[in-house]
Design a protein around this ligand. Structure first.
Ligand code: CMX
Length: 468
């Protein structure tokens, strides 16, 4: 009882603290339908986990090979991630739903046919498909929270243009830590059972502010800071606001692309670098801002999210070398040149998938519908014909098929967003939709600080009875 009274009191204190700074004061007053639904479902979830652990806490769920310890922990079961599960052959399912299922089931914008990522966020957090009205409320709530505090705009504006946009994104998200209701609640001693509510508030604020941050970075770095201050509008959905703030709001097809893009890039199970890093850092009770910033730093790596930039650069280099007429034999040679120079073919291969990534297929279908004759799309399609054979012959990669990053860049190029150094930022905005629900869930179920075991090579040798 004492702690409930204490946390109610502190909630009011936090509200006042936000109100005094003016911009986030609406956060606690906005529609809480999603939060309320999550809270309703929570006792069942906690009970399920409790019963499962009580009955099977000591049941063996997998064996571990020495190679897995040295091989990037591939396939080791050891993470809990509620939103999505990745099957090597089928690809990703979000709460049991494939990408085509999402395209059928999630609410769309009026006149549009692509799913709204706000709906995916709802689905990932609750396991339930929201109504169109619930998503509309959520879109409006996010728009209402989109403004940035001055110190963050100052930090973004003072970043040198040569600093990679992903580094700028990470810095800006880190600087938003000043706004963290989670950090303040923790500091003021809120009961840990209540912390998920602050994680939720931070997550919504964070999602809301990401388009404002991303567009400010984009306009600063690539467009000399023009149109920096387009505020998000409550009557627009998230992706429409993102597109508008970037400066591409008048093209309805681009809005549809953003809806698809943000949805399919959001979540890909818990073990990928950006998702796992966010979860890991959050497990230390770092705020959602610091946790996501850490995940974004991982996404910025070329083997992960930055591959979307690398793919475009690689394709443009191919085009600049060979011009408009590129025969399959030219592509084959280009692939071998890349491989023989000791580099990876960007956009191909995957740590888990063993077939064409359904996120690639969804983008290919978008291209077939909207830009079938676009020359860069044709190049991507031609590479798809040749690369799997070459990679199979090369014999190293376990998966010669294309991943999500193989396709996304050319779609953006088609609509005029040609600055490929920015592409991973869009991936980062999207990834927040997937990782933040799990951060909220982790706090709600009281997930412990992560601490897997490590050994030295000497110790591993001893463990398997091998003399070094
Ligand atoms: N081109 C050339 N070689 C490749 C390759 C590719 N596309 N994909 C894998 N290989 C190589 C690996 O580098 C590895 O070589 P070594 O034995 O010399 O280390 C070997 O094949 C085995 O790798 P693997 O088990 O098939 O793949 P990993 O799980 O180790 O790595 C990934 C997965 C994605 C990093 C890798 O396929 C890759 O580097 N692809 C290109 C970069 C890329 O597209 N990344 C984006 C992935 C999606 C995302 O996270 O956004």
């Amino acid at each position: 009882m004492a702690s409930i009274i204490r946390s109610t009191h502190l909630t009011s204190a936090l509200k006042r603290s936000f109100a005094s700074r003016g911009f986030a004061s609406t956060a606690f007053a906005q529609s809480k339908e999603l939060k309320a639904r999550f809270e309703e479902l929570l006792p069942t979830k906690i009970d399920e986990i409790k019963r499962l652990r009580k009955a099977h806490g000591n049941t063996v769920i997998g064996e571990l090979l020495l190679d897995q310890a040295y091989g990037g922990m591939r396939g080791i079961k050891g993470l809990v991630w509620e939103g999505s599960v990745l099957d090597a052959d089928e690809g990703i399912r979000f709460r049991g739903r494939t990408i085509p299922d999402l395209q059928k089931e999630l609410p769309t914008a009026e006149g549009g046919s692509e799913p709204l990522p706000e709906g995916l966020f709802w689905l990932l957090l609750t396991g339930e498909v929201p109504t169109a009205a619930q998503v509309k409320d959520l879109s409006a709530e996010l728009a209402a929270r989109s403004e940035l505090p001055k110190h963050v705009t100052d930090i973004i504006d003072s970043a040198p243009k040569f600093l990679h946009p992903m580094a700028q994104l990470s810095i800006a998200v880190t600087a938003l830590e000043s706004e963290s209701s989670f950090a303040k609640a923790y500091e003021q001693g809120v009961n840990k059972k209540e912390l998920w509510k602050y994680s939720y508030e931070d997550s919504l604020d964070l999602l809301a502010k990401l388009p404002t941050i991303a567009s400010r970075i984009y306009r600063n770095v690539f467009h000399a800071g023009d149109a920096n201050n387009i505020p998000a509008k409550k009557d627009l959905d998230y992706s429409a606001n993102l597109a508008t703030q970037l400066g591409y709001g008048s093209n309805q097809e681009f809005l549809e692309l953003m809806r698809l893009y943000v949805t399919i890039h959001a979540d890909h199970e818990g073990g990928n670098v950006s998702a796992h890093t966010t979860k890991l850092v959050g497990s230390a009770l770092s705020s959602p801002y610091l946790s996501l910033a850490a995940g974004l730093n991982g996404l910025a790596g070329p083997l992960h999210g930055r591959a979307n930039q690398e793919v475009l650069e690689w394709i443009l280099e191919l085009k600049s070398k060979l011009g408009d007429k590129i025969a399959p034999a030219d592509i084959e040679k280009y692939l071998w040149d890349t491989l023989n120079s000791g580099r990876v073919v960007p956009g191909y291969g995957h740590a888990v998938l063993r077939k064409t990534d359904p996120r690639y297929t969804a983008q290919r279908e978008f291209a077939l519908k909207h830009m079938p004759d676009y020359d860069l799309f044709k190049i991507v399609s031609n590479i798809y014909e040749v690369a799997p054979k070459v990679l199979t012959k090369h014999g190293k990669t376990k998966n010669p098929w294309p991943n999500v990053d193989s396709h996304s860049g050319v779609l953006l190029q088609y609509y005029g967003l040609t600055e490929q150094q920015f592409y991973t930022v869009l991936f980062g905005v999207s990834r927040a939709f997937g990782v933040l629900p799990q951060l909220i869930i982790d706090r709600a179920i009281g997930a412990p600080i992560e601490r897997p075991k490590s050994f030295s090579t000497e110790k591993y040798a001893e463990l398997v009875g091998f003399k070094l």
